[in-house]
Design a protein around this ligand. Structure first.
Ligand code: PRP
Ligand code: MN
Ligand code: MG
Length: 187
């Protein structure tokens, strides 16, 4: 498979992410100070880096669980179906649950996951997203806590992939296709 050559520009440095996560952890600790054991749910695969850094900043009693949802689209319909590929291991009824997402884009994934989890009657259900791209939203949704609001750019790194690559970059970067500037310049 040939691929258009591209490079990646840093959008949010590892240092800036770490500083923001410290702030977010403080807010979460405060919100759940009376919670016995918080269930932190990471949405696979994109959230695996964020959840790892976040729970280590929390310094509180947490249980970590994962859920994998895949949205598969019919481009002609605005509502996309979301399929559960891997369900939680634990029960969440009566529990305080925090869903961790790397990015909210159209909002379909998180909306569907929240609907599913709500049907299991947690005591409290909140969300945290490292990134929010409000310009792309198709369903109204706002995470309880957001790390950074970003413009409609093609982002990778810190868990986020481009064709299953670049998840292991320690920062958030933007994909820049090398032929884009050339095409515009010669137009
Ligand atoms: C990406 C991202 C979010 C979702 C956001 O996941 O990690 O989970 O899309 O998009 P939405 O708001 O438009 O639903 P993806 O489906 O690519 O799976 P991945 O996490 O395994 O990369
Ligand atoms: Mn994802
Ligand atoms: Mg992906």
């Amino acid at each position: 498979m040939s691929q258009r050559p591209y490079h990646i520009d840093v959008m949010i440095s590892a240092k800036a992410i770490a500083a923001r996560i410290e702030e977010l952890a403080r807010l979460i600790r405060d919100e759940y100070k009376d919670t016995d054991k918080l269930v932190v749910v990471g949405l696979l695969r994109g959230s695996f880096v964020f959840i790892a850094d976040l729970v280590r900043e929390l310094e509180m009693n947490v249980e970590v669980d994962f859920l994998e949802a895949s949205s598969y689209g019919n481009a002609t319909e605005s509502s996309r179906e979301v399929k559960i590929l891997k369900d939680l291991r634990g029960a969440i009824e009566g529990r305080d649950v925090l869903v961790v997402e790397d990015i909210v884009d159209t909002g379909h994934t998180l909306t569907a996951v929240l609907e599913l989890l709500r049907s299991r009657h947690p005591r409290k259900l909140e969300t945290i997203a490292l990134l929010d791209k409000p310009a792309r939203r198709e369903v109204p949704l706002k995470a309880t806590w957001t790390g950074f609001e970003i413009p409609d750019a093609f982002v990778v790194g810190y868990g986020i992939d481009f064709a299953q690559a670049n998840r292991n970059l320690p920062y958030i970067g933007t994909v820049v296709f090398d032929d884009e500037g050339t095409a515009e310049a010669s137009a």
